[in-house]
Write a protein that binds this ligand. Structure first.
Ligand code: PBG
Length: 333
């Protein structure tokens, strides 16, 4: 009988040797925890489609941030639920806006915790679109076009007000053309040339954002986001989006969602040298939570496997609602 010449199993025989040859390791430093901050007081409401994720008002926020900081998670990503919404999303660039106030508070508690501000209009506009909308009626139906260049000024104002409040990183998620350049020059003009832009470079028009839209109360009131977010069928276009952001001065690139788009993460990793972020979005969280609450899957094993898979695909950082849990599990290792 002839023996196999190559034996892969030699390097898998014990836990010790497996750990020596392991190629990708998830670290707590890779994790970014999103937080939803809501106007009001005494609020700690669980988002029904995202068990374990809450809306916090400013007076209930401290224990959550304490926990994140104690776990060693380096950064939070803030989303705001404002008191009021209007056509242009002015509560998004209000100096006393909910994201601005939360930023100031968190920085006062933990100066070293990085605060990343999501820069978009959809949480703050009454129509729920990520930019300014020109509305009209067609056959009795309300319709609207999202205006690109008109939106840029509002987004730039939002970013500047977030930086003024103390945000360490600006993360624009609006998918207008030219947003990195517009935000970069506005930040520079106001003396924030040192604040990096984490661009949601490749953001698909995805059904995986469903639970987030409940969480952020940001579903579009008419139409959809397909005229600005990308078609899930495309990958060459993703490279063009990323290239544009690089040319406009982005400091980090992002791919969103994660799981169904890890081929895109790999392509960006191979083509660009900037730090790469993957957003493990709300729907990806809800699916795992639902199945694990039914007892159908092993939550910890699944979460660690998928986060490690994102690193293997090329991610340097992962935005995930599982950050706190994953950080806890990493400690037990
Ligand atoms: C805002 C924004 C969205 C998400 C992050 N920023 C929603 C959207 O584009 O509709 C989704 C995040 C998630 O699903 O976890 N534009």
């Amino acid at each position: 009988m002839s023996f196999p010449i190559v034996r892969h199993r030699r390097l898998r025989r014990t836990a010790a040797i497996r750990s020596m040859v392991r190629e990708n390791v998830l670290h707590v430093e890779d994790l970014i925890q999103p937080i939803f901050v809501a106007h009001g007081s005494g609020i700690k409401n669980e988002i029904s489609s995202m068990p374990g994720v809450y809306h916090f008002s400013l007076d209930t926020l401290k224990p959550e941030v304490d926990e994140i900081a104690a776990l060693g998670i380096p950064a939070v990503l803030l989303f705001g639920i404002p008191e009021s919404k209007d056509e242009v999303g002015s509560s998004g660039f209000d100096e006393q806006g909910i994201v601005q106030e939360a930023t100031r508070l968190i920085k006062s508690w933990y100066p070293d915790l990085m605060v990343i501000a999501d820069t978009c209009l959809c949480e703050f506009t009454d129509h729920g679109h990520c930019g300014m909308v020109h509305t009209y009626e067609r056959e009795g139906q309300l319709c609207g076009d999202v205006m690109n260049d008109e939106s840029l000024e509002l987004l730039a104002r939002t970013a500047v007000s977030q930086a003024k409040a103390g945000a360490d990183i600006i993360a624009p998620s609006n998918m207008m053309d030219g947003f990195v350049q517009a935000i970069r020059s506005a930040l520079d003009e106001e003396g924030f040339e040192h604040i990096p832009i984490m661009s949601y470079s490749v953001k698909y028009a995805s059904a995986f954002y469903g639970p987030f839209r409940e969480a952020a109360d940001s579903a579009p009131q008419f139409g959809d986001r397909k005229t600005y977010q990308m078609d899930p069928a495309n990958s060459r276009e993703a490279l063009r989006e990323a290239e544009t952001d690089v040319l406009e001065g982005a400091d980090m690139l992002m791919v969103k969602p994660g799981l169904a788009y890890l081929d895109i993460v790999r392509q960006l990793r191979d083509q660009f040298d900037l730090p790469l972020v993957v957003y493990n979005v709300s729907g990806e969280y809800s699916m795992v939570k639902a199945a694990s609450m039914q007892g159908w899957i092993d939550e910890k094993a699944i979460v660690m496997e998928k986060l490690t898979g994102m690193k293997r695909a090329g991610a340097d950082m992962i935005i995930t609602y599982f950050s706190k849990q994953a950080a806890g599990w990493l400690r037990q290792r």
